[in-house]
Design a protein around this ligand. Structure first.
Ligand SMILES: [Zn+2]
Length: 96
């Protein structure tokens, strides 16, 4: 399928790059490049101070007890959220 280049208006055969100006004309390739740029930009955002604190001092602590406490508290938190969302679901379904 022939494609027209957006920047120089040259018609190209089924190629990824324009033969005349070198611009990306493949829709799949341009989407892939865009996604890669987005992922790269996201990974370059520095973590917040509280995030680094958790990563460095709690989650990956050299003390086993601290890691255990983190794991237990995190588990309790997850269970609490599960129960809470269940109750919210019940409250939301009750009047209907
Ligand atoms: Zn072109």
């Amino acid at each position: 399928m022939a494609r027209r280049c957006k920047s120089c208006k040259t018609w190209n055969d089924d190629v990824d790059y324009c033969v005349s100006c070198g611009a990306v004309i493949s829709l799949e390739l341009s989407e892939k490049l865009e996604w890669e740029a987005k992922t790269k930009a996201k990974s370059e955002i520095p973590p917040t101070p509280s995030e680094t604190f958790f990563e460095d001092h709690i989650k990956n602590s050299r003390f086993l007890l601290v890691r255990w406490v983190y794991f237990i508290l995190h588990s309790i938190w997850v269970i609490l959220i599960t129960i809470l969302s269940f109750f919210l679901y019940m409250i939301a379904m009750a009047p209907g």
